[in-house]
Design a protein around this ligand. Structure first.
Ligand SMILES: Nc1nc2c(ncn2[C@@H]2O[C@H](COP(=O)(O)O[C@H]3[C@@H](O)[C@H](n4cnc5c(=O)[nH]c(N)nc54)O[C@@H]3COP(=O)(O)O)[C@@H](O)[C@H]2O)c(=O)[nH]1
Length: 741
């Protein structure tokens, strides 16, 4: 320290104190070694080697401080080479503590006097064991990271200011670059498009600015021009210092994306197929629904046609049978009454024949509506034939059924307006009651039918309850109907003639043709019985024509036989009268027999004009214009009005025999007969009284001014034989009297 040759003891002591202080205050261990042994050291050195104090280190051989002798010698050799040159030897080596534990120490050594190595050396020691361990850990971590970096199956890049500063091999391979080729490149260089880069940069910058990691998909460009789709996660290396740049982890999802795209395409194709199939299916389902609806509609239509009358919409016989069976079951189970009404329209056929089927159909529809309006909802109104209806009335007893029949009659009085025709259509009805008149559908309706037939026999436009006797009578009617079919061809019919005598002169001007039927087995059958049957079955047309032809032919025979002025009266059924061809038929028959028209008188009943006065008037006009005379038969029993009589220009009124028969003792009949005669006179019509049997009756009629009489009093209806000819000749009108009425 001092260059002076004499150093004071104080100075030496001070120097020693300074050195001691220096050695004590340093964090390094310091030792002086001579002859490989420690001759002096500081406390730190002792502490490092695990001794409590420095003096414990003194005299320790250097080799004991090293892991083994070999290590010591090698280090000593290296140190001596260095230190012999006056240099400081530095090394890091493992050392052994006092307790035997090894530790890393940082060692420097230097000869105190390189010129005199024997003076020993000074060694400093730093305990770097923790540092070495930390370094070892660090380098392990770094190695591991490097390994991860090098062998990661994702691309890792470090970016700063938009440029790549480092990347791993995976990223280079991903973009087809060689090692290091990408260093320093701008990200823009390997983005597929500028737009793509700007989009990513903007997204990443925005998210990273707020300290978030950012992620997204991007399309990068390979060196060879191909494209790579990457999933990228980007993060700031130091959130506090954006200048440190960013790390990007990139995953090549090209295949995955393509697979997904392919999958999506397949999925879309599948979905499209499903949509197509669904559409096809729904079209098929719709078709099926439509087909089912069509089939249902067809079935409904078939059912409807099978169960309803197409014209009126009313239930037909089939449905009536169903409902009747149910109603009978119910009536039986509950003990409740049930009635059936068989309704037939009187002379409906005339409407069809004279006005045509269109008018007839329209009329039927209106009638059906009216029938329906009369009964209750639960009642059934069915149409089972042309003009035949059956009404089923559950819960109705005799009283109830009669009330319904009355209401139907009442309703039928209102005329129907069809085009310019005002038509009235009366019904005949038969009523049958469950269970007494039938316990099943067929029997019940048959009973009602039979009762209806009797209503017709009893004058029509009325109703009758079924009685057991009626059935027998109906069988008779059926028998007659069948027999009547063959009556003409078997020549069973015959005409009888009843003279009509002028009351004032006693002479006979005309005879009435009256039909007779003598059946070989059934015997003589009254026209009063078989004419209604013939009318019901339509056979009256054929029979009526036969009557007309034969009556005119007989008249011709009589005329040729000398009864030159004789006339014949023929009864005309209403059904005949409504035949449009009637006037022509009459003319043809008269012409064929060469009989003048005024020799024929047609007897009509009052009812012929009731239903359709206009058509009746036309027919009458036609007949009259051809010269044929018309008379009203059974006058007083029907509904003729004075205006009608006047309009029809009727030639003669035949006073019904029911008024004549009781003239002797019934003042009313006398009044009626006298009124009819006066009325006829006032209207310029002839009068003939039917059924005159007594002189008293004849006298009264004479007194009243009646023109003609007909009855058993003069003669019964006789066959055209000698007796009748004799009678006629005896009362023949003189030729001049034929012009008088
Ligand atoms: N559409 C047609 N109707 C005809 C025809 N022929 C007859 N008839 C009608 O049948 C009903 C019954 O006729 P009938 O049994 O012949 O009775 C007639 C006379 O026989 C009978 N009569 C005559 N005089 C007397 C009498 O003094 N007493 C008495 N109890 N009866 C008598 O009266 C009937 C007269 O008939 P009409 O003058 O026509 O009224 C009858 O309604 C006939 O019209 C036919 O060819 N077509």
């Amino acid at each position: 320290m001092h260059s002076s040759n004499t150093v004071s003891l104080d100075a030496i002591e001070r120097i020693l104190r300074e050195q001691h202080s220096l050695l004590g205050s340093t964090g390094l261990g310091i030792a002086f070694v001579r002859q490989q042994e420690i001759v002096s050291c500081n406390d730190r050195c002792a502490e490092i080697f695990g001794h409590g104090a420095a003096h414990e280190m003194l005299g320790r051989h250097g080799a004991s401080l090293h892991p083994d002798e070999k290590t010591f010698r090698r280090l000593r050799r290296r140190a001596r080479l260095h230190m012999a040159q006056g240099l400081t030897f530095r090394t890091e080596s493992q050392l052994r503590r006092h307790d035997g534990a090894l530790f890393w120490g940082g060692i420097t050594g230097r000869l105190i006097n390189p010129a005199a190595p024997g003076e020993g050396s000074i060694w400093t020691l730093d305990d770097i064991d923790e540092q070495r361990q930390a370094q070892a850990l660090l380098s392990t971590a770094l190695r591991e990271k490097q390994l991860l970096f090098d062998h990661a199956s994702v691309g890792i890049i470090f970016m700063r200011r938009g440029h790549l500063t480092r990347c791993n091999g995976h990223f280079e391979t991903m973009l087809g670059y060689g090692p290091g080729e990408l260093i320093g490149t701008s990200a823009r260089d390997w983005f597929a498009s500028t737009a793509e880069w700007e989009r990513i940069e903007e997204n990443f910058t925005r998210q990273l600015a707020v300290g978030l990691s950012s992620e997204g998909e991007m399309m990068l460009s390979r060196k060879d021009g191909g494209t790579v789709i990457c999933e990228v996660r980007c993060k700031l290396i130091d959130a506090n210092d954006p200048d440190q740049g960013t790390i990007w982890i990139t995953v090549d999802i090209t295949e995955r994306t393509q697979a997904q795209a392919a999958l999506a395409k397949v999925h879309e194709q599948l979905e499209q197929q499903v949509r197509d199939r669904t559409r096809e299916l729904s079209a098929t389902v719709e078709d099926l629904h439509r087909e089912m609806a069509d089939r249902k509609r067809d079935q409904d239509r078939i059912y409807w046609l099978a169960h309803y009358d197409p014209l009126t919409g009313l239930p037909n016989r089939t449905l009536l049978a169903d409902r009747s069976t149910q109603a009978i079951q119910l009536a039986r189970d509950n003990g409740t009454p049930l009635a059936a009404i068989f309704l037939d329209l009187d002379h409906f056929k005339h409407v069809n024949d004279s006005l045509g089927h269109r008018v007839g159909d329209t009329l039927l529809v209106q009638i059906a509506k009216r029938l329906r309006s009369v009964v209750r909802e639960k009642d059934t109104v069915s149409r089972i034939g042309g003009d035949e209806f059956v009404l089923l009335l559950p819960g109705a007893n005799a009283h109830g059924a009669a009330r319904v029949a009355d209401k139907l009659l009442e309703a039928s009085r209102q005329p129907y307006q069809i085009d310019h025709h005002e038509l009235t259509m009366a019904p005949s009805m038969g009523i049958a009651l469950y269970p007494q008149d039938g316990m099943d559908f067929d029997t019940l309706t048959q009973s009602a039918d039979v009762a209806m037939y009797h209503a017709k026999l009893d004058g029509r436009n009325t109703f009758r309850f079924f009685t057991p006797e009626m059935r027998a009578q109906s069988l008779r009617a059926l028998q007659l109907e069948n027999a009547l079919r063959r009556a003409l061809e078997r020549d069973e019919l015959q005409l009888h003639y009843q003279p009509q005598v002028r009351i004032r002169t006693g002479r006979v001007h005309s005879v009435e043709a009256l039909l007779r039927w003598n059946h070989p087995k059934l015997g003589p059958i009254s026209p009063a019985e078989f004419i209604p049957v013939a009318e019901d079955t339509g056979q009256i047309l054929q029979i009526g024509e036969w009557v007309l032809r034969n009556a005119v032919r007989q008249l011709k025979a009589w005329r040729l036989a000398g009864l030159t002025e004789l006339k014949v009266a023929v009864n005309l059924s209403a059904i005949q009268f409504h035949q449009p061809q009637l006037p022509d038929l009459v003319s043809q028959i008269l012409h064929a027999a060469a009989v003048p028209p005024d020799a024929l008188e047609l007897e009509l009943t009052e009812g012929v004009a009731v239903n359709d006065p206009r058509t009746a008037t036309e027919t009458m006009d036609q007949l009259r214009s051809r010269g044929v005379r018309l008379s009203i038969d059974d006058f007083g029993t029907g509904y003729s009005s004075l205006s009608q009589l006047k309009r029809f220009q009727i030639y003669k009124l035949k006073i019904d025999q029911s008024f004549v028969q009781d003239l002797d003792h019934d003042g009313n009949d006398r009044a009626i007969v006298s009124a009819i005669i006066r009325m006829a006179q006032a209207l310029g019509m002839q009068t003939t009284a039917e059924g005159v049997e007594t002189e008293a009756q004849l006298q009264f009629l004479r007194d009243m001014g009646c023109d003609e009489a007909q009855g058993y009093y003069f003669s019964r209806p006789l066959p055209p034989g000698d007796d009748l000819l004799q009678f006629l000749r005896s009362r023949q009108a003189p030729a001049f009297s034929s012009s008088r009425r």
